[in-house]
Design a protein around this ligand. Structure first.
Ligand code: SF4
Ligand code: SF4
Length: 477
């Protein structure tokens, strides 16, 4: 029977006053009873816009939810696994309100079905059951063995172990190809591993899903950077690969470009989150990430700014965190749920304000010179620009400043691309939109390195699309 509740089933969370004292996951997950109750809100729509309009990897949303209503949680998991590599990750970090849940018809009169929470539930339950020895993890090797004998199976190099690379590698391995992922870091996952704090994505959740790829036959080589340790010529030449997928993301943090950013105490959000993830639960190491900082200013208004401010709140010794954003809350690109959780955690938000200069003494940050802004009338694109208000400058005390204004491509400075064309200005890989092939035959690219920073699941969708094209290329070669 359909559950007609318009408010849905809330997931239990750590209380704000408790969670700001630890890096444990904030959302605690559904119980089986809660999951079934929420799944019963799904209308099993014939058109299912949640899936066709909302999910970049076309997860079979009504089908997996139906299995939950019938209590067959493992079958629900297997349905998800036919389209996604990282269900426990995506259920947590996807901007669902813009994607599947944003297209759910139940959202027209109340809360949409909590699709992400249900996806997370079945993936978490599967992981727990495998770890408890209650069920066996399928390695995927059987599928690979079956297809490996098919004509055209080849050797593919994947650059980058972020979401695009992982998705591409998984589909290629399942199609019988021999896949090696090269990553310049020492741990797999790309931005998932070093850019998302553990209170949103615990390490063990990511590690389990990546282990699934190893079990499916994907090889990993760490500490191998394109342009330094390997090149496209070498991969397609002496290293014997028949095709390459470039999924190296956009890893260079953008700076504020204002005076004073060379001072000690100014850090990019990417570096900050990376150092926090490396520190893990070691209090001494955590204390060194923002040394001697009591008041922290975060510049930016996107999801990385939310991750940074919520992480800063949890750092030992920090007692005040302020986010400075040059537009108003209405224009803020951050996920509203993340924003609400940050506010619950006592992060302060200073809107319509831009930093002009980082101020310092003896080489260390002491504050930010800021200026008030107002929004212009909408321009031709409907966007309201922030305009400085003359004479409104003031100083905001701060001991540390975190720049969270986005990342850009490093492709322009990379050697070893050997003839792959880049877009002018942004240095993103130029690809044929239909096939994701670059200017060099056999070399494909997808995810942020082509589009600029987007979502995890959009990158995964690109990785899957490239895998289909690479498979076709190899079988026709
Ligand atoms: Fe929604 Fe993301 Fe899951 Fe697709 S992968 S169903 S967009 S949470
Ligand atoms: Fe279920 Fe919502 Fe999708 Fe309809 S749109 S099938 S109610 S999840």
């Amino acid at each position: 029977m359909i559950n007609l509740s318009s408010t849905g089933t809330r997931m239990p969370m750590q209380a704000p006053e408790e969670r700001t004292g630890n890096f444990n996951e904030v959302a605690e997950g559904y119980t089986e009873e809660m999951a079934v109750r929420e799944a019963l809100r799904c209308l099993q729509c014939r058109e299912h816009p949640c899936m066709t309009e909302g999910c970049p990897v076309s997860n079979h949303i009504p089908d997996f939810i139906k299995q939950i209503t019938e209590g067959d949680f493992e079958e629900a998991y297997q349905i998800l696994l036919s389209t996604t590599v990282l269900p426990a990750v995506c259920g947590r970090v996807c901007p669902k309100y813009l994607q599947c849940e944003g297209n759910c018809v139940r959202g027209e009169k109340g809360r949409p079905v909590a699709i992400g929470s249900l996806e997370r539930f079945v993936a978490d339950l599967h992981r727990k059951r495998v770890k408890a020895g209650e069920i066996e993890e399928k390695s995927g090797a059987e599928a690979a063995d079956r297809d490996a004998s098919a004509a055209g199976a080849g050797k593919v190099a994947v650059i980058g172990s972020g979401p695009a690379g992982l998705a591409c590698a998984k589909d290629l391995a399942a199609a019988g190809h021999e896949v090696t992922i090269f990553d310049r870091q020492q741990v797999p996952g790309g931005v998932l591993a070093y850019g998302i704090p553990s209170f949103r994505l615990p390490d063990e959740v990511l590690a389990f899903e990546i282990d699934g790829l190893s079990a499916a036959g994907v090889h990993f080589e760490f500490g191998k950077e394109l342009g330094k340790d390997i090149s496209i010529d070498a991969l397609l030449g002496e290293m014997g690969f028949s095709a390459v997928f470039l999924g190296n993301g956009t890893g260079r943090p953008m700076g504020l470009g204002i005076p004073g950013t060379e001072l000690s105490g100014v850090i990019s959000a990417a570096d900050f989150l990376d150092r926090l993830n490396a520190a893990g639960e070691d209090t001494e190491k955590l204390g060194k990430v923002l040394p001697d900082a009591k008041t922290v200013a975060i510049i930016g208004g996107g999801n990385v700014a939310m991750d940074a401010c919520r992480s800063a709140v949890r750092c030992p010794g920090v007692d005040k965190v302020q986010v400075i954003y040059r537009r108003s809350v209405k224009e803020m690109p951050a996920d509203p749920a993340e924003l609400a959780e940050a506010m619950e955690e006592n992060v302060e938000f200073i809107y319509l304000t831009a930093p002009l200069e980082v101020l310092g003494e003896d080489g260390r940050v002491t504050g930010l010179k800021c200026q008030k802004m107002e929004l212009s009338e909408p321009d031709a694109s409907g966007r309201r620009r922030p305009v400085p208000i003359e004479g409104s400058e003031y100083t905001l005390p701060a001991d540390a400043v975190i720049e969270a204004i986005g990342c850009q491509s490093e492709n322009g400075d990379m050697d070893g691309l050997d003839g792959i064309e880049l877009s002018e200005g942004k240095n993103l890989f130029l690809v044929d939109q239909e096939t994701l092939s670059t200017s060099r035959p056999g070399v494909y690219a997808g995810g942020d390195t082509v589009t600029g920073p987007k979502t995890v699941i959009a990158a995964m969708g690109a990785g899957r699309k490239a895998a289909r094209e690479i498979d076709r290329f190899l079988r026709n070669a």
